[in-house]
Design a protein around this ligand. Structure first.
Ligand code: CMX
Length: 436
């Protein structure tokens, strides 16, 4: 058994015993009550699942195994120039709850390199799709095509015991994460670079090699990918991509099927697709105003016209957060350090100064602050990656780290089929009547 798998098994067995005892002693105690507003309001805030890898606080933001993003930047092993954290380290931390050493992260990079070979038929499936297919459609199709290799599916068909689910989920997780950068880069190059593919460079770390295969060279872009892949990885379990992966996994669909489902949720404009919508909106604004350096007054007018046309301001608002997203701030700090004079980035900073007050003025938006998607596009555009339809795929490659490590935990802890209760409006009315 490999050292990470061994460590995970030990931790999962210990926590499994703890949870059993906790349920025996406290299983009938109540943590929360559900309101009628929550039943109709997209289940906001209802506590109904366990997610070990990260937790989101409305004011504090995301913490991965207790560590904030600034803490991760300090503590996780870094890329070759010692500047940005390596996402391999975050995966290790999420999976076993320990900050890995440099050697452990190096081992993980090597593991993923060894497992990174994408079966030939996956490229054939991609090549059969029109180039105009949205990159997220291509991405989920490729994940589904790779499912033919699922260890979980094969072993389940062979009669695997439930005590082995975690093991098969771990194998699929490691293989999937190893292969996603190659698949994503293939989609990028076939869609925007006339099928001029770039062979992997196995001497590089996971994110560095991804940047290389995309075809954007330079140490700064590699550092951007390391940071990007780290900060987008997980946002506790309730967000749509995480929750969907968890839900589908709870039926014992294998990790490929579960991740593909989660990625379809990420592809919605209120969720991960917002990263493409933000830059699209900014480009449209610059076009409409006929300038690359709009004043704050011009931006305010454009924001008001977007709202007046019945649309949301993409990149602003959040279902849980009630402050500027620490992931937005981490990208802002990156841009301040690496590309402070970038014109497109300065537009994002000016939008940040204008939008929150306007949204506050509407009186209904619970969080007027920017989320993770408000910043990423402008930095990518600066480095030449202006094909914004691809942005959600980048988000997806990163999000796989979180949702798949959490899926390993769900199978290790024997999480049951997820099945919350729905109600009809008639039943709600009857419940109200019975209470009065
Ligand atoms: N612009 C305009 N109106 C907004 C708004 C925004 N950015 N954010 C929220 N509102 C509106 C809502 O549409 C809702 O209006 P109605 O009552 O008329 O339907 C009202 O304010 C209350 O919404 P809320 O409780 O503050 O927000 P929700 O939890 O319902 O939704 C979110 C959260 C993210 C979907 C919403 O803020 C939004 O649509 N933002 C823009 C899209 C976006 O950036 N999504 C990415 C989120 C991060 C990610 O998952 O990647």
């Amino acid at each position: 058994m490999d050292p990470l798998k061994q460590k995970f098994y030990k931790k999962a067995s210990e926590l499994g015993k703890e949870i059993k005892a906790l349920l025996k002693e406290h299983g009938t105690q109540k943590i929360d009550e559900v309101t009628i507003k929550q039943i109709y309001g997209g289940a906001r805030g209802i506590k109904m699942m366990v997610w070990e890898t990260s937790q989101l606080d409305p004011m504090d933001g995301i913490r991965f195994r207790g560590f904030s993003i600034p803490e991760l930047k300090e503590k996780l092993p870094k890329g070759p120039d010692g500047k940005e954290p390596r996402p391999e380290g975050l995966f290790w931390l999420m999976l076993v709850g320990e900050v890995p050493t440099d050697e452990e992260v190096k081992w993980l990079t090597d593991q993923w390199t060894t497992r990174s070979n994408v079966p030939e038929h996956v490229f054939k499936v991609l090549d059969s799709l029109p180039k105009s297919a949205h990159p997220m459609t291509q991405f989920t199709s490729a994940i589904m095509a790779m499912q033919t290799d699922s260890v979980f599916m094969r072993r389940y068909a062979e009669g695997m015991s439930k005590t082995e689910y975690w093991d098969a989920a771990y194998e699929d997780t490691m293989n999937l994460i190893a292969r996603l950068p190659r698949v994503a880069a293939y989609i990028f190059r076939r869609t925007y670079h006339n099928n001029m593919h770039i062979a992997p460079d196995i001497s590089q770390d996971w994110a560095g090699n991804f940047a290389h295969m995309l075809g954007i060279e330079g140490t700064d872009f590699k550092n951007l990918m390391r940071l990007y892949m780290t900060i987008h990885a997980d946002h506790e379990g309730g967000n749509a991509s995480a929750h969907t992966t968890h839900l589908v996994g709870s039926t014992l669909s294998d990790p490929y099927l579960s991740l593909a489902a989660g990625m379809n949720a990420l592809a919605g404009p209120l969720h991960g697709l917002a990263n493409q919508e933000v830059i699209k909106w900014i480009f449209k604004m610059l076009d409409a105003l006929g300038t690359k350096e709009p004043t704050k007054e011009q931006i305010a007018d454009y924001v008001n016209s977007t709202l007046a046309s019945g649309k949301v301001i993409p990149g602003y608002g959040h279902a849980v957060l009630r402050r500027p997203d620490p992931r937005f701030m981490a990208q802002k700090e990156f841009a301040e350090e690496y590309i402070p004079d970038s014109k497109i980035v300065q537009v994002v900073w000016n939008v940040f100064e204008v939008v929150p007050d306007i949204l506050k003025g509407l009186g209904k938006v619970k969080n007027p602050w920017p989320n993770v998607d408000a910043h990423s596009g402008a930095i990518l555009v600066h480095y030449g990656l202006d094909q914004y339809s691809f942005y959600t795929v980048l988000f997806g490659v990163s999000r796989a780290l979180g949702v798949l490590s959490a899926l390993c935990w769900s199978r290790a802890l024997g999480m049951p089929l997820e099945r919350p209760k729905s109600m009809t409006t008639k039943a709600v009315k009857e419940a109200i009547k019975a209470m009065s």
